[in-house]
Every structure is written in structure tokens, then in C-alpha cells.
Design a protein around this ligand. Structure first.
Ligand code: ADP
Length: 190
């Protein structure tokens, strides 16, 4: 693929991983850069989607799958219309992630944001792990509910081994390499 051959095409960056792994943090850095360099950007954050599009859904497997399919549906519409879509959602089940992948097709970029459970629990950004370990929150992904890691993600990011800036740089480099973004040599490459 030559540089620039997909410039202007939409795509979906799908960040999946445990709570606290770093999805939102990395997504926010990528979002800023894409707003400058790409233009039309939409963010679908799992926590926010659950307050509107998926309001009322719980955390059973069925409800989680419904949530992910809804996010995937919107991401697909936007992608087809030339938008840069950024999704941050735990999206724990492989089958339904793969279904979204099939719907969106080649413009789907799965990014596995990976950190050991102990690291996520240690960070405990929202204080949820404490409650999950004590049983106050049931069906908590990684603690009392499954997380099925991607088998062949386009990008595998280990947030206990690299900084959020470095991870975001890898995401942007991927988009440059696959022709979605014109490479800007100097940008953020201090
Ligand atoms: P998620 O969206 O996956 O639930 P968040 O991005 O909300 O996770 O939280 C991740 C936390 O981990 C943040 O407090 C962030 O500052 C911290 N963190 C530490 N190292 C990294 C890293 N390398 N990448 C991303 N986040 C990191």
C-alpha cells in the first residue's frame, strides 16, 4: 500500500481491553492529533454510550453484546461517510468484536490495549476494582466476568511497557503506513 492511497477514507479505531488498561487515555491523545490532521472525528466511549444509546442495558453477556453491536453499527455508518471513528469500549467478547469487524470491513482497526489485571487494579482509576474484588460490583470484567483477548489485533499495545504518548504514536503511524493519513514527519516527533 502506497502512502496516501486511502487519504480521506473513514476508519474505525476500536480500542478494547480491561477497565483501566488505558483505552480512553490513548484514545484522547489520538483524537487530538486526528482533529488537527484528519478533520471529521467522532468518539464513541463505552461509558458515555451506556448513558444514552445503550441506556438501560446491563452487564449480562447478551446486554454487553447488544451494547457492542450498537456501537459497531454507528461506527460503521460513520466510517462509510469518511469519518475517523474512535471507539473505547471494554468489548470483552471476541465473537461480537469479530462481527463488527466483518461489518466494517478493511477499515476496522482493532487495538488491544493490554495491561495485566494487577496493574489495572493497582491504577484503579475509578475505584471500581476495589468494589469488584469485594463483590460489591458483580460481573466485573477481568475479576468476575471474562475478557477474551483479541487473537490477531492490528495493534497490540502493552501499557505497562510503554507510555500513552508512545502508544498513540504507534496508532497514528499505523494510519500513515496504511495510507489513511499523510505522514507528517515533524509532527510530535520530538
Ligand atoms: P480505560 O479507558 O481503559 O478504562 P483509562 O484510560 O480511563 O482506562 O485509565 C488508564 C489509567 O492508566 C490512566 O489513569 C492513565 O493515566 C494510566 N496510565 C499509566 N500508564 C499508561 C499508559 N502507558 N497508557 C495509558 N494509560 C496509562
Amino acid at each position: 500500500m502506497e502512502y496516501g492511497t486511502r487519504v480521506g477514507r473513514g476508519f474505525t479505531l476500536w480500542f478494547t481491553g480491561l477497565s483501566g488498561a488505558g483505552k480512553t487515555t490513548i484514545a484522547e491523545i489520538v483524537e487530538k492529533e486526528l482533529r488537527q490532521r484528519f478533520g471529521k472525528v467522532e468518539v464513541l466511549d463505552g461509558d458515555i454510550v451506556r448513558t444514552n444509546l445503550s441506556k438501560g442495558l446491563g452487564f449480562s453477556r447478551e446486554d454487553r453484546d447488544t451494547n457492542v453491536l450498537r456501537i459497531g453499527f454507528v461506527a460503521d455508518l460513520l466510517t462509510r461517510n469518511g469519518v475517523a471513528v474512535i471507539v473505547s469500549a471494554i468489548s470483552p467478547f471476541k465473537e461480537v468484536r469479530d462481527q463488527v469487524r466483518r461489518n466494517i470491513g478493511e477499515d476496522f482497526v482493532e487495538i488491544f490495549v493490554d495491561a495485566p489485571l494487577e496493574v489495572c487494579a493497582e491504577r484503579d482509576v475509578k475505584g471500581l476494582y476495589k468494589k469488584a474484588f469485594s463483590g460489591e460490583i458483580p460481573q466485573f470484567t477481568g475479576v468476575s466476568d471474562p475478557y477474551e483477548p483479541p487473537v490477531a489485533p492490528e495493534l497490540h499495545i502493552k501499557t505497562d511497557e510503554e507510555t500513552a504518548q508512545e502508544s498513540a504514536r504507534r496508532v497514528v503511524s499505523y494510519l500513515e503506513e496504511y495510507g489513511y493519513l499523510e505522514p507528517v514527519e515533524a509532527l510530535n516527533r520530538a
